[in-house]
Write a protein that binds this ligand. Sequence first.
Ligand code: PMP
Length: 304
Amino acid sequence: MSDRDGFIWYDGKIVPWRDATTHVLTHSLHYGLAVFEGERAYNTDIGTAVFRLREHTERLFNSAHIYQMQVPYDRETIMEATLEVVRRNQLESCYIRPLLFYGSEKMGVSPKGATVHVAIAAWPWGAYLGEEALAQGIRVKISSYARQHVNVTMPRAKVASTYANSILANTEAIEHGYDEAILLDTDGFVAEGSGENIFIVKNGVLYEPEIASALTGITRDSVHAIAADLGLQVHTRRLTRDDLYIADEAFFTGTAAEVTPIREIDNRRIGQGSRGPVTEKLQKAFFDVVNGRNPKYLHWLAKV
Ligand code: PMP
């Protein structure tokens, strides 16, 4: 990722991609405290636009607030910088990664005294789990690793250290021949994917886990609105792993994963074992929204 052309916004300046480096004694690299976002810009009917930039920026600042990181810029500056990165890299559609991390002034657990750095990068990134996944669905495994308890790394924060837990789960799933993992919480109820929220469909109704140890996904929130438009009910409640096994349909949501159908869980076929009709309807409506084809949601698009 480091050896390519392009530009990165780094501490208030646009710098050439290869120059956006940091020292090996960077505090965040050792102790895992960096907060970040994952956003997408789409080549929409009104031009290239970042989907729900304000909400992602708000979550970034919330993550920093939870961890008492002082962000050296205000929200408007970060949002403008995000748009600038897409512009400067001349990207029609892309993934965007804003990152806040502590610098290399000191070692020891406490980051006090280390500078907070801000970087924003953007690059083309197609379907996270593959184009085929969007159409056919994926095979997932319930992880043997639990999602961290709500009082461990703080689920409202999108913090790097949570992803060590995600990496354990995702690696295990891939090594066993699956496409992705689902993590249960420490009480054994469904939490989320390693980088996605999850929904199931049963008798035409959508269910999603209570958002306790899972990230408050922005795609999930978008799906709530889209589902309501389609006349679909969404219930939020504790879900067990066997609620998933007997679901008619299941799908993941996430900025990277978008709306990805799940066709199999722990070798049990879900519904017909392919993308279900409700998932397909929601997926189509979601892509209409992010691509600017639904006037009701143009306010979710920040034009580059
Ligand atoms: N859970 C986790 C652990 C994630 O990494 C993501 C991706 N950011 C999500 C859920 C989905 O969040 P969003 O829809 O805001 O991308």
